[in-house]
Design a protein around this ligand. Structure first.
Ligand code: ADP
Ligand code: MG
Length: 458
């Protein structure tokens, strides 16, 4: 019998003995190469997997393999020669030229056993830098260099689809290239929690803790997810402290600044604030156009015969302002559409093909939305937005709402005045000026306003 067949049959049994979760995580990545003189040899993608298997499942595996003939008494592992880890769910998306070589070209996963796979397209070379993201990009570059750590943790935050995950993967790719022996662990906060809960359930919490000990760089994406989840936060805090104390690099992302994450413990917030906190600002027209141009080159390479009319990219950059993911999706759809119909991509084609996306992007922010969000944020009653109260705790949020109404809607000052309980347009003007003035010196207020804008534009 061939090795593949033997291993196939053994696996069917092992999946039942160790359970599908364990099987998929630990045993499935292995490939049986030979059974000789009582020793079964495997290819394993990482040392971590083979150590784990040896400690936990060796006897199960030996029992199963012994059924096929002579007794197996020992397992042996070769590291790194195993098949590549597939990049989850990305297969169907267009793949630009992959700049990396060697281990990276196979869709590198720093720790396939523990973390999430890294998207090979999310590299620094594919990241378009502009005013809104230049600081975050520079910080990411610096952290990727490794060396004596200056920014620990690096905390990246910003709205949906602005490139947080892209930058994190880029750091991992780049860092791994510079430090091939280092262990980089990238996972979402959700995965962190899932693994933690699983370890609790299976009483393997010591192993869970151990997993993080040898990591050189830990990256946790979308950390706002663990807000309010107390024991996960607790565990995260300990992992985090242990790694920082050992001088290991930590990179974290969230959809808002640490101080704005409700339900996140104070001590975590303050620990996060010890590092560098940088935000990705909403995209500008120039950045969106730059991104579109760079993505278009990739599509062009795949569809060399497609023609693109003048002004199409400018039109998209102007009209699709929410986030880069939507922008990318629009471009992708446009190319698919045009290549099916073998038509030149003109402005008309773009308008017709993207009608739904363009419509949702036209969704106007209303003064109602603004008043409601601001009232909620500052914990005042919605009625106080229109009412006469003049105490600072009410008047200031009201002025912020006036300011945002002026900024985010096309309403005139008198119109805004009417919506704020029939106030005069000079009152509105005064409010708007006041906030502009305060925000230029009061950093916390400026942050508040940025957050509210993001929430409203999301
Ligand atoms: P986030 O994690 O902030 O929600 P992602 O990193 O997933 O956003 O980005 C969404 C999509 O937009 C990804 O496909 C990413 O490659 C792309 N993207 C975002 N910002 C940029 C940029 N500056 N240059 C190139 N692509 C970008
Ligand atoms: Mg993300």
């Amino acid at each position: 019998m061939k090795m593949e067949q033997i291993w196939g049959q053994a696996c069917a049994k092992l999946e039942k003995t160790v359970g599908p979760n364990n099987f998929n995580h630990w045993i499935k990545p292995l490939r049986l190469i030979a059974v000789e003189d009582g020793v079964a040899s495997f290819d394993s993608p990482t040392r971590f997997i083979s150590d784990w298997v040896n400690r936990h499942f060796a006897s199960d595996i030996m029992v199963e393999l012994s059924r096929f003939g002579s007794a197996v008494e020992r397992l042996r592992f070769d590291i790194g020669a195993a098949r590549p880890t597939p990049v989850a769910a990305n297969e169907s998306r267009p793949q630009p030229a992959r700049p990396q070589s060697g281990r990276h070209s196979r869709g590198m996963t720093a720790r396939p056993d523990l973390g999430a796979p890294l998207d090979p397209r999310f590299t620094f070379s594919n990241f378009v830098v502009g005013k809104p993201n230049e600081l975050a990009h520079a910080a990411a570059r610096r952290v990727a260099e490794g060396g004596p750590v200056g920014f620990n943790p690096l905390f990246l935050y910003g709205g949906v689809g602005l490139g947080k995950t892209h930058l994190m993967h880029a750091i991992a790719h780049d860092y791994q290239t510079r430090h091939p022996a280092a262990e980089v662990l990238y996972l979402s906060a959700e995965q962190f929690m899932y693994r933690f809960v699983q370890a609790l359930r299976e009483s393997t919490i010591m192993d869970f803790k151990g997993m993080f000990r040898n990591v050189n760089m830990l990256m946790v994406d979308d950390v706002q997810f663990i807000a309010g989840k107390d024991s996960t936060q607790e565990e995260f805090f300990h992992t985090f402290n242990a790694l920082v104390d050992q001088g290991k690099q930590i990179v974290i992302s969230a959809d808002r600044a640490p101080a704005e994450i409700k339900g996140l413990e104070e001590r975590i917030k303050s620990r996060l604030s010890c590092g560098l906190i940088v935000d990705l600002h909403p995209t500008t027209y120039e950045l969106r156009l730059g991104i579109l141009q760079s993505k278009t080159e990739v599509f062009r390479a795949q569809h060399p015969d497609l023609e693109m009319g003048a002004g199409v990219l400018e039109f998209l950059a102007h009209r699709i302002t929410t986030n880069v993911r939507v922008l990318e999706g629009a471009l992708q759809r446009l190319f698919a559409h045009a290549s099916l119909l073998r038509r030149e991509i003109t402005l008309d084609v773009a308008q017709e093909c993207l009608a739904d996306i363009l419509r949702t992007n036209d969704r106007k922010i209303s003064i109602d939305d603004i008043q409601r969000k601001v009232a909620e944020h500052y914990n005042i009653r919605l009625a106080d937005m229109m009412g006469p109260k003049r105490v600072r705790t009410v008047a200031r949020p009201r002025q912020i709402a006036m300011y945002l109404s002026k900024q985010l809607t096309s309403r005139s000052l008198p119109e805004i005045g009417r919506r704020f309980g029939g106030r005069d347009h000079t009152t509105i003007m005064h409010g708007v000026r006041k906030i502009e003035e305060l925000a230029s010196t009061d950093h916390a207020l400026a942050e508040d306003i940025a957050l509210l804008k993001r929430l409203l534009e999301a």
